[in-house]
Design a protein around this ligand. Structure first.
Ligand code: PLP
Length: 392
């Protein structure tokens, strides 16, 4: 039987595979980025109430109307232009769907999209599903700064878009004013569409604030702003995200969403509305909790001998393991990640999985720390065996 080749151009997610390996071996799962604590009770109650009260059928394809209204209100403020819930807002099945439908609608076969690497594993397959060509631009260790000259050099007549994720997974970078000024200049001069992934917009450290790229002068007409509920409210399994786009882009994207998924789950959208109505104290407490988790994670890694970057946002750190006092410290990163999972009992993701560029990401692994402090402490106890030479 003849089988199509599109999906043969990428492999299954190694992040999700590491979770399966962690489950088989009883490892503490610091591989996949999801919380091991629950969502706020008000959010759960709102979703349960919606189920009980009959919000169980398809809702409007573009999203449950009260949720779209609230998003429009919030993004009118955040983006600085009048966001209309009926024109500009689409609720999707996760950020993953939002990125995929944006690419399906805005890119033609053969068009190129610039993707910074290291990158969340889903970006490249999304571009390939759209028959577009992902063009990787490296962020170089140890600073992982955005190199606009390098991006400029990669531009060809086929370059149509830039995908920008900030706060960034897996480096924890929050791109600063200088880097963002370079992005504005680049995308406007080359008439590119900017697709943003701002799923970690509420997880920031040391007093940083998130400025949505689409709020910047010159970017309003060309930016698809994408956000999600999974990380901020600890509901990654609900599969809820959204995109805000100017009218011509929104008009093009909405049919892709319509025919791919019809709509995102209705009762969970009612839960998401309750999430957006949480008081400011929720965010203040969440930031304080994430600071504590970051300190716990960094403390463990430093103590054991990893050289890890201190995240500015999001909840990951990429850690170099070559200075560990074990022979495995010289192994390539996939083998090291599997060994750490199966023999030490702490699951991580190999740095190479965040790159399509050959030679990048070796000798690093990603730790995800959206975890209870006792989970991180237990990971610390297990990792301490690396220092004590008590690993088989
Ligand atoms: C940068 C980034 N974008 C998107 C996603 C997936 O988002 P969702 O679960 O809303 O599809 C993740 C998940 O880890 C991520 O890190």
């Amino acid at each position: 039987m003849r089988i199509g080749t599109r999906t043969q151009r990428f492999q299954e997610s190694m992040i999700r595979e590491m979770t399966r390996l962690a489950m088989r071996h009883g490892a503490i799962n610091l591989s996949q980025g999801y919380p091991d604590f629950g969502p706020p009770p008000q959010v759960l109650e709102a979703a349960a109430q919606a189920l009980g009260e009959g919000l169980n059928q398809y809702t409007v394809t573009w999203g449950y109307p009260p949720l779209r209204e609230r998003l429009a209100q919030l993004y009118t403020q955040a983006l600085g232009w009048p966001v209309d819930p009926d024109v500009h807002v689409t609720v999707t099945c996760g950020v993953t769907e939002a990125i995929t439908v944006a690419m399906l609608a805005l890119l033609d076969p053969g068009d190129q999209i610039l993707i910074l690497e290291p990158a969340h594993e889903n970006f490249r397959p999304s571009a390939i599903l759209a028959d577009a060509e992902p063009v990787p631009i490296p962020l170089e260790a140890p600073d992982y700064r955005l190199d606009v000259e390098r991006m400029e050099a990669a531009i060809t007549p086929r370059t149509r878009a830039l995908l920008l994720n900030t706060p960034h997974n897996p480096t924890g970078r929050v791109f600063d004013e200088t880097e963002m000024a370079g992005v504005v200049d680049l995308v406007t001069r080359h008439d590119l569409v900017l697709i943003t992934d701002e799923i970690y917009d509420r997880i920031l450290y040391d007093g940083r604030v998130h400025v949505p790229p689409g709020s910047r002068e010159g970017l309003r007409e060309r930016t698809v702003t994408i956000g999600g509920f999974g990380k901020t409210y600890a509901v990654t399994g609900w599969r809820l995200g959204y995109l805000i786009a100017p009218e011509p882009l929104s008009r093009a994207i909405r049919p892709a969403h319509d025919y791919l998924t019809i709509c995102a789950p209705t009762p969970l959208q009612a839960g998401a509305l309750a999430a957006l109505n949480l008081p400011q104290e929720y965010y203040a407490q969440m930031q304080a909790d994430y600071h504590a988790r970051r300190e716990a994670m960094m403390g463990v890694l430093e103590e054991v001998g990893f050289q890890a970057i201190r995240p500015e946002g999001a909840y990951y750190t990429l850690a170099d393991y070559t200075q560990l006092p074990v022979p495995q410290a010289q192994w390539p990163s996939q083998r090291f990640a599997e060994w750490l999972t199966t023999e030490v009992g702490v699951a991580v993701v190999a740095g190479v999985n965040f790159y399509s560029l050959p030679g990048y990401g070796q000798h690093t692994v990603r730790f995800a720390f959206p975890k209870r402090l006792d989970t991180l402490e237990e990971a610390g106890r297990r990792l301490a065996r690396l220092r004590e030479h008590s690993i088989p």
